[in-house]
Ligand binder design. Sequence first.
Ligand code: GRF
Length: 211
Amino acid sequence: MKRIGVLVSGGGSNLQAIIDSIDNGSLEAEIAVVISNKPGVFALERASTHGIPTLVIDHRGFAVNHEFDAAILKVLLEYRVDLVCLAGFLRILDRILTDAYPNRVLNIHPALLPAFGGKGMYGHHVHEAVIASGTKYSGATVHLVTPETDIGPIIRQGIVAITDTDTPETLAEKVLKIEHQIYPEAIKSVLEERIIIDGMRTRENLGRESK
Ligand code: GRF
């Protein structure tokens, strides 16, 4: 059974979506450990409720990012994690982690990358920028996290239409529903090794191509 390590910083609704997809049998995997960089976040409660081991590795306790990431990597290896999933995790990873898990670190972003991504684009900031831009569609993106850029090859996206009455709050709600749908699907494809990466492009091997 493949083992997932989930990194969180907040409410953990994406963690919950992964838990639920395992519980309902649509995702065959095990969450080996949930690591939060912040104590007391609801994501930790969600994990504990399901008997999933949790740890807090507080980034404020480390002089440099590298040591923080090394501490996370040590735990991931101890728990024999195969795939690392960032789920509302608000720290940028040092390459020590992405080097140890090549094409095995996923992140979910609440917009259609590469638009509305990069520095400062997280949480409500994303939806405010999207609404202000006048774009007619938004959505969510699951992508690989690579050492070079935070935004690596895109694995899966889902879109939502933006109405004239949408606000950043109503848009956030719509996008979160998409996130909860596409993240478990993307994890399943990666764990089943069906994703073929070609530069920044990916395609899914639905069984017609030899690996
Ligand atoms: C979500 O919008 C997600 O896209 C972003 O963090 C937000 C909170 O996620 N990465 P969660 O509810 O903590 O999973």
